[in-house]
Design a protein around this ligand. Structure first.
Ligand code: CBH
Ligand code: ZN
Length: 398
């Protein structure tokens, strides 16, 4: 396949960041759930063992679209998470096998081009249960061991709601000597303990993270707002980690503190909020102009969004996305359309000025967010669950 970029680039993420912008990949769990290979809720990382062809194909789509790095599919693949969700498959397959299979698949596809491979860790149930730093770091260590055994290029701690847990992740990742990125899934209001976004960024840089930023929970516009706050605080503290942003591929102007999780449409009816490829291009430009060096996506961010990011930054990177090398640009394609009024759309300004209709006359622009406010300790959640189960039981016995 044509994933290979002619000029061979440094094999180290830090060198790549120093020499230009790095394009990440997009959302795995959401894409694989829609394709029927991942179950929503538990987000079943054992797909790396059960459906390797599906994970491989998605990696390949991101690579062909212009991703410079391929992320092993290890989201929620910590041992405590696998056990905590009470899933048989995960218990029989196990943390080592799931993470190892993820490393193999990511490495295999990355080698079809010139991509680096990273392993991802994320927040743990152990933290939310208040079991303390040592227990949390032990969970991270089990995944890090596999990433080191498989010699991945760097490690990303992503999807942390609490900066304290993210600091613990940075501390333990640093011990393995690999470069470390860290992204919180927070918005401009800060983390779920109420720590302001700027302070979070400073704490993570001080902990030694090489890349600091946000992923998931909010769309491109809100995520860039958070990044602006982080950047200003880092500059004020004279800290200069690389900035990284991997937002949702959904627009979320109405989301509250916990982002898209609080939207009533999460997770099965978010489609009307999907960003267009043009919005992905605008996002890429804005992120680049802000000095963000690592630009990718999270849930809802599909391969064609990554392609749009790579197209927007073609000049800066010195080449179009690999798929463009094969098929030319989107303009070239559209100029060949049979209908003249479609051919007339072969200009960037046409798409930039378009306000796409939703086709849904009864949809409102904004939603009312759920605001349960439960994250830490899960106490209230458990109480609610018990109450709901009681009601359900009463109902079934009626
Ligand atoms: O799948 C991926 O692309 C990962 N790199 C990040 C997933 S962000 C996970 C969202 C889960 C939402 C939830 O808590 O239910
Ligand atoms: Zn996400």
């Amino acid at each position: 396949m044509s994933g290979k970029v002619e000029i061979s680039r440094p094999r180290n993420i830090m060198d790549r960041l120093a020499s230009g912008v790095v394009i990440g990949d997009g959302g795995y769990v959401f894409a694989l759930e829609k394709r029927g290979y991942v179950r929503a809720g538990a987000w079943t990382p054992e797909s790396t063992v059960k459906h390797p062809e599906a994970v491989r194909q998605l990696h390949r789509e991101f690579l062909r679209s212009g991703s410079d790095v391929i992320q092993a599919f290890t989201f929620y693949a910590s041992e405590d998470k696998l056990e905590n969700r009470g899933n048989d498959a995960a218990q029989t397959i196990g943390v080592h096998e799931i993470n190892k299979a993820a490393c193999d698949l990511a490495k295999e596809v990355a080698a079809e081009g010139d991509a680096l491979v990273l392993g991802g860790l994320s927040q743990t149930p152990t933290y939310l249960s208040g079991l303390g730093k040592e227990a949390v770091q032990q969970e991270f260590q089990k995944q890090i061991d596999v990433f080191v055994e498989n010699d991945l290029d760097f490690i990303l701690g992503e999807y942390f709601e609490h900066v304290e847990e993210a600091e613990w992740a940075v501390e333990v990742i640093k011990k393995c000597g690999k470069p470390v990125g860290i992204t919180l899934c927070i918005g401009p209001e800060g983390d779920l303990h109420g720590i302001p976004a700027g302070e979070c960024a400073v704490r993570l840089a001080k902990a030694g993270a090489d890349m600091v930023g946000v992923n998931c929970h909010f769309g491109p516009t809100v995520s860039l707002e958070t990044m602006r706050i982080m950047k200003a605080a880092l500059e004020k503290a004279s800290l200069s980690p690389y900035l990284i942003v991997q937002p949702l591929g959904y627009v979320t102007p109405d989301a509250s503190r916990q982002g898209f999780i609080d939207l009533p449409e999460f997770p099965y009816a978010l489609e009307p909020r999907v960003i267009t490829r043009w919005e992905a291009q605008t996002f890429a430009r804005e992120a680049y102009n802000m000095g963000i060096k690592f630009i990718g996506g999270c849930c809802g961010f599909e391969a064609y969004h990554i392609r749009a990011v790579a197209e927007e930054l073609s000049k800066e990177r010195g080449h179009p996305p690999p798929i463009g090398e094969e098929y030319g640009t989107w303009v070239d394609g559209l100029k060949l359309h049979t209908k003249p009024w479609v051919r007339a759309r072969a200009s960037r300004s046409y798409w930039d000025n378009l306000k796409p209709a939703s086709g849904r006359p009864f949809c409102s622009s904004f939603s009312m967010c759920d605001s349960w406010g439960v994250t830490q300790g899960h106490k209230e959640l458990m109480q609610h669950k018990e109450a709901t189960t009681d009601v359900e039981l009463q109902n079934t016995h009626k």
